[in-house]
Each structure stands twice: as C-alpha cells, then as structure tokens.
Write a protein that binds this ligand. Structure first.
Ligand code: PMP
Length: 439
C-alpha cells in the first residue's frame, strides 16, 4: 500500500523541505557531482569501474606504515593528538618544500599552508579571491571538484580550450579579451598543467612561459593545481609554473596521489600576502589541519623511501595506462579518438558523432562497465561526446575486460544510431543513490 501523505518529510521529496526558504543563495550552486551519483553503482563488484580516480593503495607497505603510526603515537602522541597551528606544522612545511624542489620550486616554509587535501586549498583560494559573479578561467574540460567549488562561491567559469599540448595560449588571450569586453573581471586562471584531470594531457614547457606571460600582462592570478606532477611514467617532471613566477602563482599540492588520500593532507604555496589571508580562511574553516595526519605524513617522509614509493606507483600506473591504451586500440569502434597520457590517472575519450555518453551510461552500467560522462567536467554542459576513463585502480586484466564491455556498448549504440537515426535511452534510476566521491 502506498500513502505518501503518511511518509516522513525526508522521504516524501525535496519540495517538502521545511528549511527551503532559509538556505543561503549560494546553496543553489551546490549540486551533487555526476561522479557522486554514479559511485554507488560503479562500486558494485561486478561492475568494472573506470570512473573514480582512486589511487592504487595496494602498492603501499601497510604493515610497516601501521608499525610506524603506532611508534609515532607512543613517541609524539601528546603533540600529534593535540590542537596545532592553523598554518600546519613547521616540520611538514619544511618537508613539503623538499617535495616541491623536485619540480624546480624554491620556496620558504613560511609561505606554505597545510590543508585538508588540496580540495580545501581550492576552497580557500576561491573564498579569498572570488565574489559572486567573478569570472574564473578554467581549462575545458576541468576537474569536477574545482568546478563544484567555483559554483559554490557563485563564481562564473569561462572555459579555455586545450589540445594535446595543454591549454592553448591563443584561446587564453581570446577568453581574456571576451571577458573584458563583457565588462567583467577575471579573478584567476585555474590550470592543472601536468597529466590533467580529466584530459590526461600536459602543458608543454614552451607554453608554460607563454601562459604565465599572458596572465601577468592581464593582471590575472594563476592557480596551479598539481596533484599528479610526480607521476610521470618515464620519471620526467616538468618545471612547475610556480618555479618560473613566484609572485603571480598560487600552487596547490597534495599527498593524495603520491601517498594516500585518506590522510587528507595537501597544501597551498602562495605569495606572502596571499598566504596570510589563506591562514585566516583556514582558521575559520578548521581551526587547524589535523596534527595527527600531518605527523603521519612527516614520519612517512622522514622514515620511508617515499621517492621509491612514488616510483612503485608510477610503474603500476604505467602498466595500467599501457593496458588501457592497447585495449582501446584493439577494441573501440572506428571514429573514437583519445588522449595518450604520459602520467597521472586518466584518458579522455571522444566517441563518434550522434552518441551521447551521459545518456548511454545506464546501458553501460547494465553491461557492467562505468565511466564518467564528459559533461561532468564542463560548467556549460559541453562534453556530451566525451568521457573520462580512469585506469588507476583496476588491475590490467579488469581494465581489458572493462574496455571490452565499453566497446560492446559503443557498438550497440552505433548500431541503433545507424538503424533508427537516433538512440533512445532510459534515465538513470532513483535506485542509484549518491555516495561521496570527490576523485
Ligand atoms: N585537484 C585535482 C586535479 C584532483 O584530481 C583532485 C582529486 N582527484 C584534487 C585536486 C583534490 O585532491 P585532494 O583533496 O585529495 O588533495
């Protein structure tokens, strides 16, 4: 028997939310990402998930980490379990400077702010710089978590085209001119120069200088988000944008991909005046980042072969990238094109015209393969012919099976398209309850 009138309000639908008239206007920009909505389904064991960007943590030496954490609590528990400074511990900030030196950055620990993942860094930077209606330039496509943050602060995203060598400088010039002509203010350029999420491409060294020059000329700050920079498959690193311009770049770093995301330890390196504002923003959000996870990371960096661990990760991801690209080459139908990542977690696939990756997702999930539709990575609903495939988590064997299933889905869609001139789809059902995923 069904009687919606007797249901509690929280089950009866959003329109009955008694708090509706109370929310701040900015909550209109807070919507669940497409990855979140997908994750409950994609995490079922029978589904090969090429969707979430979860690091391959089986590569970590868990037992020795466990022993280390135990020893750390016994030795330093009174500090590690206590409140700490809003900026983060001096020890970790010094170690972070050593990590950044690998990409040519020369920084002082005083200009580093430790954050709860680089996602918090993104939140703080946006909070400090953006008023509602301000424009943020972002690569097209761009990291879904950053788009969510910009939207939560009611900033408006203007996308800038990329190609296989990353952000296109001429497109950047044009976007800046167009925003200026519209009488609006660009607050910053948000870019992921290395092994980009979701496109897998890397900004060429030559373009790095050009992008910095254009932004300096137009008085636009650069926000460089670099969680994957040390995960180049040939061990190559690129000079960080921050290494060439310490005054106009805010740099975001993270231990999520080089160590473990569950620790939620990231950082921001900022010009000194900006750093002061960021510490105040951090203080109001969390008082201080967890002393405990900072102590875990510090101990890991001082006691473990962390560079060796990054090499282990790189090798695991290179094997997976190779498996993905080879399977795509062999199995995907004609008309598909994709990027060839030299590092990081992601391949960006473009499917033949007439197909819609978001609309076909339920069919893919039914055939036990999941991906993230391209539209998730644009602020303007573009990307319906694209999808992001993550190869970081499944084994090469599962990847091959996943690509085989994906190829079958695409073949099926193309057949329908050729027979009927269009493809009919079911919508994602309500049973696919969202669970958290920010990767
Ligand atoms: N930036 C980019 C480009 C990312 O891919 C991610 C995580 N997927 C983040 C920031 C956030 O990372 P975290 O908060 O775990 O450091």
């Amino acid at each position: 028997m069904s009687d919606t009138g007797s249901q509690p309000a929280h089950q009866a639908g959003r329109s009955l939310d008694p708090h509706l008239g109370r929310y701040a206007a900015r909550t209109a920009g807070m919507t669940a990402s497409e990855i979140r909505a997908l994750f409950a389904v994609a995490s079922r064991p029978e589904v090969v998930s090429l969707a979430g960007g979860m690091p391959y943590l089986s590569a970590l030496p868990l037992e020795s980490l466990a022993a280390d954490v135990g020893q750390m609590i016994a030795a330093d528990g009174l500090v590690a379990l206590q409140y700490g400074s809003a900026q983060g511990t001096v020890e970790l900030r010094e170690q972070i400077c050593d990590v950044m030196a690998l990409e040519g950055i020369s920084a002082h620990p005083d200009d580093v702010v430790v954050t709860v993942g680089s996602q918090m860094g993104l939140d703080m930077v946006t909070r400090v710089f953006c008023d509602p209606g301000d424009v943020v330039l972002a690569e097209a496509p761009s990291y879904v978590g950053a788009l969510g943050t910009f939207s939560a602060y009611q900033a408006q995203v203007v996308h800038v085209e990329m190609d296989d060598a990353g952000l296109v400088p001429e497109a950047l010039r044009q976007a800046l001119a167009a925003v200026k002509a519209g009488g609006r203010r660009v607050k910053f350029l948000y870019t992921i120069p290395n092994f980009q999420n979701p496109a897998g491409v890397t900004l060429s060294v030559q373009r790095r200088a050009e992008v910095l020059e254009i932004c300096a000329q137009h008085d636009v700050l650069v926000v460089e988000d670099n969680p994957y920079g040390l995960l180049g498959f040939d061990g190559q690193t690129y000079p960080a944008l921050r290494s060439a311009d310490p005054t106009n770049v805010v740099y975001l770093g993270s231990f999520s991909k080089t160590f473990a995301p569950g620790l939620r330890v990231g950082w921001v390196l900022a010009p000194h005046a900006v750093r002061e504002k960021l510490v105040l923003a951090a203080e109001s959000a969390t008082l201080c980042p967890p002393a405990f996870t900072q102590a875990v990371v510090s101990r890991y960096l001082s006691q473990h072969d962390w560079k060796g661990q990054i090499k282990t990760y790189r090798e695991a991801y290179r094997e997976r990238r190779d498996a993905t690209l080879a399977a795509m080459e062999q199995q995907l139908p004609a008309g598909c094109t994709w990027t060839k990542p030299q590092g990081g977690f992601y391949v960006w696939l473009t499917v033949p015209e007439g197909l819609d990756t978001k609309a076909m997702l339920p069919r893919a999930v039914t055939q036990r393969v999941a991906y993230v539709p391209g539209t998730a990575f644009y602020a303007d609903s573009f990307g319906s012919r694209q999808m992001r495939l993550s190869y970081c988590y499944p084994t090469p064997e599962r990847i091959r099976e996943g690509v085989r299933r994906l190829a079958a889905v695409l073949e099926g869609e193309l057949e329908l398209l050729h027979t009927f001139g269009t493809v009919q789809h079911r919508r994602l059902s309500g049973a696919q309850t969202p669970t958290p995923d920010t990767a």
